[in-house]
Design a protein around this ligand. Sequence first.
Ligand SMILES: *[C@@H]1O[C@H](CO)[C@@H](O)[C@H](O)[C@H]1NC(C)=O
Ligand SMILES: *[C@@H]1O[C@H](CO)[C@@H](O)[C@H](O)[C@H]1NC(C)=O
Ligand SMILES: *[C@@H]1O[C@H](CO)[C@@H](O)[C@H](O)[C@H]1NC(C)=O
Ligand SMILES: *[C@@H]1O[C@H](CO)[C@@H](O)[C@H](O)[C@H]1NC(C)=O
Ligand SMILES: *[C@@H]1O[C@H](CO)[C@@H](O)[C@H](O)[C@H]1NC(C)=O
Ligand SMILES: [Zn+2]
Ligand SMILES: [Zn+2]
Length: 444
Amino acid sequence: MWEFGAVLFSFIYFLIHVAIESSQIQTDLDKGYFWHVTDLHYDDSYGKSGQSCGFPVSNPGPFGNGSCDSPLRLIEDSIMTMAKIKPDVDFILWTGDNAAHIPTSEFSLKRNLYMIQTTTSAIKRKFPGTLVIPSYGNHDFFPADYTNGTETAFYDTVCRIWSSWIKDPEQMLTCRRGGFYSRLVSPKLRVLAVNTVLYLIENPKSRNLTDPSAQFEWLEETLTAAREAGEKVIVSAHVPPTIPSPSVFHWFYPQYQGRYVELMTRFSDVIVAHHYAHEHSDTFKILQRNDETGASPVFLAPSVTPLRGTKPSGEQFAHRNPGVRLVQYDRQTGRHLGYQQFYTNITEDNNLGKSKWDELYSFTNAYDVPDMSVSSLRKIYHKMAKPFGAFILQYCSFYSVTSTPDDVCTLEEQAAFWCGGQLTDLNKTNECINRYMKQDQNVL
Ligand SMILES: *[C@@H]1O[C@H](CO)[C@@H](O)[C@H](O)[C@H]1NC(C)=O
Ligand SMILES: *[C@@H]1O[C@H](CO)[C@@H](O)[C@H](O)[C@H]1NC(C)=O
Ligand SMILES: *[C@@H]1O[C@H](CO)[C@@H](O)[C@H](O)[C@H]1NC(C)=O
Ligand SMILES: *[C@@H]1O[C@H](CO)[C@@H](O)[C@H](O)[C@H]1NC(C)=O
Ligand SMILES: *[C@@H]1O[C@H](CO)[C@@H](O)[C@H](O)[C@H]1NC(C)=O
Ligand SMILES: [Zn+2]
Ligand SMILES: [Zn+2]
């Protein structure tokens, strides 16, 4: 009897063990990866006239310089690094800005297209069989920012350059009509490549319109169809609808800002995540209504170009290290499981004469959360509510893609990061900043 009991026990134990193991195998099979790379900003005059540098830089260094856009070497090195770390990803999100910051008077459409062609080829060479999902940045248009969606010849040319990835005739049609399309990346997961340059406040051509290229109409139709088909959606675009903290303003014209947020919050049951760029910085935010309903997680990936931006005060930020991001997700549900942020320090690379890419951090480890969901972001924001606490200082430091921040994050910046990361209304954000600065914990 004893013996039978022992055998039965070990048999049950065996069954449980098998069940656990097969469920682990099941989980492993669903796990997929994608890269997010952005803002390559290729300057073909780097090291010569250095037109993106703004002022003459005598000895800019082979891997890049914080005062200039990217040399080809940095671009190729970044993409080679991605291919070395993880060549077999399911797809690559590539969110635009391929041309350098060169004044229009010294620049041309032909050269602008040449830069897009060059970056496209660089990616194709290292990821020949991989699906790449490009979207338009404001520095893909000539002149930069200028589009109302009717520049048929331009859209046609660029969509053709990307046609081996976009392929589907229906998607090529909307790409030509205004630079947007959608792409199924697994049976129940769709990526929407959105052209938010049409809404950008620096774009003089879309100021008086209501729905350029009928992209809003298309977004609503596509999101509705996705919902009905039981699909989940990843939104991928260049200019974000969120507040660019530490500054407090909107990138979109008012008539687009409200409508975009309304639409995206209404479809938060379908949207698993948004991935944007444009700010050349690393941040994450929660896109939601004022009452915290309709929430979805938003991630901004840092640029490859090390070119700095300016602070609200007009003072220049220290240079950004180039970064590329590897995201882990569940292919069946689209749930984002975590990401690794990679970077290289170009000051050191220039001294060594070779690059040394490293992991800067892993999202789930650095912030101690199980995944990239809204509920994880809420936990992080809860911990960031404490001024000068470890979590808000961590966020500030990763913002500049560095492990050795040379800037202290001021209380005002911390407040703007915290409030601008959870609100889209400007007045509410400013009120929230005042409360945070007074260290009131009941801020939202
Ligand atoms: C950028 O160029 C300037 C001028 O040559 C140099 O002083 C600086 O160290 C360079 N920065 C980097 C990151 O290479
Ligand atoms: C778009 O801009 C062009 C000029 O570049 C103008 O002729 C056209 O009417 C504009 N279309 C819309 C819809 O604004
Ligand atoms: C938009 O409207 C303003 C004011 O009516 C006008 O001055 C401007 O030229 C318009 N812009 C475009 C691109 O149509
Ligand atoms: C790059 O490395 C140097 C030397 O290790 C360090 O002083 C500097 O702060 C780093 N720069 C950035 C932007 O991380
Ligand atoms: C936001 O604040 C500005 C200036 O204080 C005010 O003019 C505006 O009406 C406010 N907007 C809302 C929606 O409350
Ligand atoms: Zn950019
Ligand atoms: Zn941009």
